[in-house]
Design a protein around this ligand. Structure first.
Ligand code: ATP
Ligand code: MG
Length: 356
């Protein structure tokens, strides 16, 4: 029996609702398959923990997490706690502390889901967006001079390193190579930004030599938004900077039908540390406690986690069960349906049990 230690951090808002659903599906999968075991430990960190203790997680939180094979994460953010506390107190320290430099975001239109684009259905849109997750525009460099005065100047400096760009580019080429179409689009804004973005283009050229079987092209990010809407079939694997991919992946989630189905893995490809898997959406306090949060993104990221752990068959079974349920029309309100989180979760568990 293959065994894995999983740290579950449900955190805030609908986080606990979707993580409970995800764990239920993973449990059903283990019972059905009998070939692997997940030992899950839950950590009650997040905004409530902050209100009690003054910190989003304990000071030795990263030390504790280091012992796990992967982290299954819900969402952070609360209406009465500032964003910089929730974000910088839990999620980002994990991403940065464990050097999870590849943020991997699969997107496709699930069967049964009606996407906003006319004439676009399952198969027309099947992408993986790779977001650089450790530097770039969110490196936190810059400042404000003459604050509040008419002559105020603020700078926001994007930092790109050769090491950082090369490793994400290599990851993206390798991922593209492993997918059937072997197709990669490298996104930049190198016509207007002459330093970091030009270095991205140069490094893409260099790394591409290591992957002669991958077909690749370059796109400017503005043109890319049009291409995603007008020619979604022409794209497969996409790599972009921290900011660009942040924006493109929200567009991708909307084109696929809902933020509620979009998963993400924060991956340390070198496997020095645990990687973290989570739905892209936030804590969604507007629907918290109503029992209608879409658990599909959390199921899907659970499949990503299984894939990462080396259980591709389990990952495929989980996704097949999810697709059977969406295809049957059992959808939560964000996808135009009337199903509850519980109904979707039970249907997915049933589909796991009845699959051969
Ligand atoms: P945060 O600051 O934590 O990112 P947010 O309110 O900015 O929170 P989300 O929580 O991602 O952003 O929610 C954006 C919108 O999408 C909300 O209206 C929310 O209800 C909806 N939404 C997000 N996730 C889901 C989900 N899993 N199921 C249904 N609706 C969702
Ligand atoms: Mg948000």
């Amino acid at each position: 029996m293959r065994e894995y230690a999983i740290a579950a951090i449900p955190a805030d808002g609908i986080g606990p609702e979707v993580i409970a659903a995800g764990l239920q599906a993973l449990e059903a999968l283990q019972r059905r398959m009998g070939s692997f075991r997940l030992h899950v430990e839950e950590f009650p960190w997040g905004s409530d923990f902050y209100k009690r203790t003054g910190a989003m997680m304990p000071a030795d939180g990263l030390e504790t997490l280091k012992k796990f094979d992967a982290i299954y994460f819900g969402a952070v953010g609360a209406p009465d706690v500032p964003d910089h506390v929730t974000l910088w107190g839990l999620r980002l320290p994990i991403c940065q502390g464990f050097d999870q430099y590849a943020n991997v975001r699969p997107t496709k239109i699930l069967p049964g889901v009606t996407p906003p684009l006319r004439d676009c259905g399952p198969g027309d849109l099947d992408w993986v967006i790779v977001r650089e997750n450790s530097e770039g525009e969110y490196a936190g460099h810059g400042g404000r001079a003459h604050r509040g005065l008419p002559e105020e100047v603020a700078t926001e400096v994007a930092i790109f390193t050769r090491v950082g760009v090369t490793r994400i580019m290599r990851y993206a080429f390798r991922l593209a190579q492993a997918r059937p179409r072997k197709l990669l689009t490298v996104v930049t804004k190198s016509n207007a930004q002459r330093f970091g973005m030009v270095m991205w283009d140069e490094i893409a050229e260099q790394v591409s030599k290591e992957f002669p079987d991958v077909t690749w092209d370059k796109m400017l990010v503005d043109a890319m938004t049009m291409r995603m809407v007008l020619k979604p079939q022409s794209l497969d694997t996409i790599v972009a900077t921290n900011l660009h991919a942040d924006i493109l992946s929200d567009l991708a989630a909307a084109l696929a039908g809902s933020l509620g189905v979009a998963p993400t893995g924060n991956v340390d490809p070198e496997r020095r540390f645990p990687s973290m898997f989570e739905p892209i959406h936030g804590s969604a306090f507007d629907i918290t406690g109503k029992g209608i949060a879409n658990p599909v993104a959390t199921f899907w990221t659970g499949a990503q986690m299984l894939e990462h752990l080396g259980e591709p068959e389990a990952a495929a079974r989980l996704m097949a069960a999810v697709e059977r349920v969406t295809a049957s029309g059992l959808l939560t309100p964000d996808l135009g349906g009337t199903a509850t989180t519980k109904q979707v979760t039970e249907a997915v568990c049933d589909a796991i049990h009845s699959a051969n």
